[in-house]
Design a protein around this ligand. Structure first.
Ligand SMILES: Cc1cc2nc3c(=O)[nH]c(=O)nc-3n(C[C@H](O)[C@H](O)[C@H](O)COP(=O)(O)O)c2cc1C
Length: 187
């Protein structure tokens, strides 16, 4: 039996890994905004797309600087993640409000968040207005991970290393660290 879903359609596409978009803004500040509507798009060139509400200050900042650090925080920083999405860089200097220590980027101007598990340094290569959002397409120029948290297959999830998955609103899940291996399919 099926029934019509009573919630917003996209709740069924969550929980989702969340990135924190770091930008330089017209007000001279560095700003950070969490975004769970993100997805890898292409491997070559390495490309990621993120949907940003037209009203978010980050939309103006991306248009202003054309670059972004995409920061992946630890599950331990889930409150910070939520806090960064609860105020706007238009009104608040989030770097000083949340005492963020920054990490200089190697290929772009916006810095990353030092306590991140991973940072993707990215440049805007396209944008599409869709409904209330702007879908930004980024080419990833440099990928950096905190030592020991990932191997070539991705994060090594454990009791100590975990990433927040955004459920909805102020609710998050950690990733159940049960890794399932499937059989290889022969051609
Ligand atoms: C976990 C989380 C995920 C979010 N994901 C998105 C998203 O994918 N796209 C979006 O436009 N806003 C998203 N938001 C809301 C923005 O982060 C929020 O509006 C933020 O205050 C915008 O900041 P800014 O005005 O400094 O850019 C999310 C908020 C949270 C807490």
């Amino acid at each position: 039996m099926f029934e019509e879903f009573a919630g917003r359609f996209y709740y069924l596409l969550h929980p989702r890994p969340t990135v924190v978009i770091g930008t330089l803004c017209p007000n001279g500040r560095t700003n950070f905004m969490p975004a769970s509507w993100n997805t890898p798009v292409s491997e070559e060139p390495p490309t990621v797309a993120v949907a940003v509400d037209s009203e978010a200050y980050t939309r103006e900042c991306l248009d202003y600087c054309g670059e972004a650090s995409l920061n992946i925080l630890s599950l331990d920083d889930v409150q910070l993640l939520y806090d960064l999405g609860s105020v706007s860089g238009r009104d608040v200097d989030k770097v000083s409000r949340f005492r963020l220590e920054l990490l200089e980027s190697l290929t772009i101007k916006p810095p990353g968040i030092l306590r991140s598990l991973a940072i993707l340094e990215s440049k805007v290569v396209g944008k599409y207005l869709i409904g209330e959002s702007v879908l930004y397409v980024f080419e990833v120029k440099k990928v950096r991970v905190r030592s020991g948290v990932a191997d070539k297959f991705g994060f090594i999830l454990s009791e100590k290393i975990n990433i927040p998955l955004h459920a909805s609103g102020r609710y998050f899940y950690g990733v159940g660290a049960r890794k399932l291996a499937t059989r290889k399919v022969s051609p």
